[in-house]
Design a protein around this ligand. Structure first.
Ligand code: F6P
Length: 551
């Protein structure tokens, strides 16, 4: 039976769990155990891996013992994680501070036996049909620009969740591209729009303005620039042929000048950073076609089924989350690097930065108290092998330890087999190197073997020593295609949900972005009026004055 929401949100979490101190003590005790020692257990690689139909998730190279793992699993059970997962899937208003349900999983659910969801499913289906009709129309040429020319270029204007997810997916599925070229403009820095428009022909360009609220300053400013650009060359009547809007506020979109049959809806129960599965993914549909978008949804749904049904020990998002908690709260690692070994996933770390840090970068618990334990680590990263030539020095020999997720696919749609094999070799070598390291003695002997004299070898060996014992997780897909990408995204989404739940915080609001926005409004006003008020601290005042003098 479903536990009541109030009761659930008050349940025990990691902060209040009675096994917390024991687990902290265990972590302290185990700190001396090396990864190499953990691998004395000949079955570790199997016991600390989960293989699904499409991927191998290997977390054995983490400093997690059998005992610690079983205590973390107990913690998840004691804290009522199963009931929390059911609340998510049942549409309870778990986004309490905004009074909303969190229903992005419905967007990718193909059917529901739950009659209470029938209306929502109906609405989602209708929206998908409308998206298909529109996308097929643009691709096939029945929907054209004002002067009758076919659309060949699309600019998505949006920011945050209205940009990062679709942008990441469009790049990841570059092999599935339609004839349309799809670009993204997010930054209010006028250079972004300037360069995006520089090479374009207004007659063949379509703008997709994506903003759940349709009030976001950056998006509105860029949409205005785009509209002026269209009006300047094609006139006012052209606007309706060159703009579509995606928002939860239909009337705001219409007031901008986009006609109602070109407005796609985002519901309030879809959080911005979880919205790529909704009409926010319209630019993805245009970029890769509706069928590939549907496969992406299918992949997300498959991960939902896995997350909802698998026992925690065999459940990838749950184990990812517990591991993250172990690394953050018990081993005190402050950051977490995401290193996809493919250019196609170049934007995945940036996408995850918003997904993880906007969701779980919080310090107040569900009862309104300050949390006792750390929440989200700092998430960062970029694609390998480029990353190896940038910051891997620090990962291998730096004074701070950074757990990494290495992500790759056995097949990447890459025509060049030998390059792909080199990429794979690096994907495998780096985690191995991070774990095994190289002793000073081995470094010294290696130098002697190369013909160096003893004195020089002794001097150089410390610099060529690798402590090793640095944790990482490897995620290897069979293939990077729309469906597996959907799984990968949903996998991290659910990890975020589990972590937020166990940390005892609300993951689905983002009040932390408000203060800066609030302060920017009067400053913008002062800039327009060319005056500096006495409302600011002296530093801000000085900077503003400098801008007014020199800008
Ligand atoms: O950065 C804050 C935020 O509200 C994000 O959560 C959201 O993804 C982004 O702004 C864009 O919001 P909107 O889609 O309403 O323009």
């Amino acid at each position: 039976m479903l536990v009541g929401l109030k009761e659930m949100l008050k349940k025990e979490n990691l902060n209040t769990w009675d096994g917390l101190q024991d687990l902290i003590d265990l972590a302290t005790k185990e700190r001396e155990t090396t990864l190499k020692e953990l691998f004395h257990d000949a079955n570790r690689h199997v016991d600390f891996s989960i293989e699904t139909e499409e991927l191998l998730f290997d977390y054995s190279k983490n400093r997690l013992s059998v005992q610690a793992k079983s205590r973390l699993l107990k913690m998840a059970n004691d804290c009522g994680l199963s009931e929390a997962i059911e609340l998510l899937f049942n549409g309870a208003p778990i986004n309490e501070t905004e009074g909303r349900a969190v229903r992005h999983t419905v967007l990718r659910a193909s059917a529901s036996n739950d009659p209470k969801d029938a209306i929502v499913h109906g609405e989602v289906d209708l929206q998908l049909q409308a998206m298909k009709l529109y996308v097929d129309g643009v691709l096939g040429g029945s929907i054209r620009g004002f002067t009758g020319k076919k659309i060949d270029h699309v600019i998505n204007i949006g920011i945050g969740g209205s940009d990062l997810g679709p942008h990441m997916v469009t790049k990841a599925l570059a092999h599935y591209r339609t004839r349309l070229k799809v670009d993204y403009v997010s930054n209010v820095d006028g250079n972004a729009m300037h360069f995006a428009l520089a090479e374009l022909d207004p007659e063949t360009t379509l703008f997709v303005v994506v903003s759940k609220t349709f009030t976001t300053q950056e998006t509105m400013a860029n949409a205005k620039l785009a509209k002026e650009w269209i009006v300047a060359s094609l006139g006012h009547d052209a606007v309706q042929h060159h703009f579509v809007g995606v928002s939860s506020d239909q009337s705001a979109v219409e007031s901008f000048g986009i006609q109602s049959d070109r407005v796609f809806q985002v519901w309030n129960w879809v959080g911005g950073r979880f919205s790529l599965w909704s009409a926010v993914g319209l630019s993805v549909c245009l970029a890769v076609g509706f069928d590939n978008f549907k496969s992406l949804l299918r992949g997300g749904e498959k991960m939902d089924e896995h997350f909802r049904n698998e026992a925690f020990e065999h459940n990838v998002p749950v184990m990812m989350a517990l591991l993250g908690i172990w690394n953050r709260n018990f081993l005190n690692y402050e950051t977490h690097a995401i290193i996809p070994y493919t250019d196609l996933l170049q934007y995945f770390p940036a996408y995850l930065q918003q997904a993880e840090m906007e969701s779980n970068g919080k310090s107040v618990d569900r009862q309104g108290r300050k949390v006792n334990l750390h929440t989200s680590p700092i998430v960062w990263g970029s694609s390998g092998t480029d990353a190896q030539h940038a910051y891997f020095q620090l990962l291998h020999q730096g004074s701070t330890i950074v757990p990494c997720d290495f992500i790759c696919a056995c097949r990447l749609g890459n025509a060049n087999r030998s390059n792909h094999e080199m990429l794979l070799a690096n994907f495998l070598a780096q985690p191995e190197a991070l774990m095994t390291g190289k002793t000073e003695k081995a470094a010294y002997e290696e130098l002697l073997a190369k013909g160096m004299d003893e004195e020089s070898a002794l001097k150089l060996a410390p610099y060529r020593t690798f402590e090793g014992d640095r944790p990482s997780t490897s995620i290897l897909f069979k293939e990077l295609d729309p469906e597996s990408l959907g799984q990968l995204i949903a996998m991290y989404e659910h990890k975020i949900f589990v972590q937020g739940y166990l940390w005892g915080i609300f993951s689905f609001d983002q009040w932390g972005v408000e203060l800066g926005k609030q302060l920017a409004a009067p400053i913008y006003d002062e800039i327009c009026r060319k005056t500096v008020s006495n409302m600011h601290d002296r530093s801000t005042e000085q900077l503003l004055q400098y801008f007014l003098d020199k800008g």
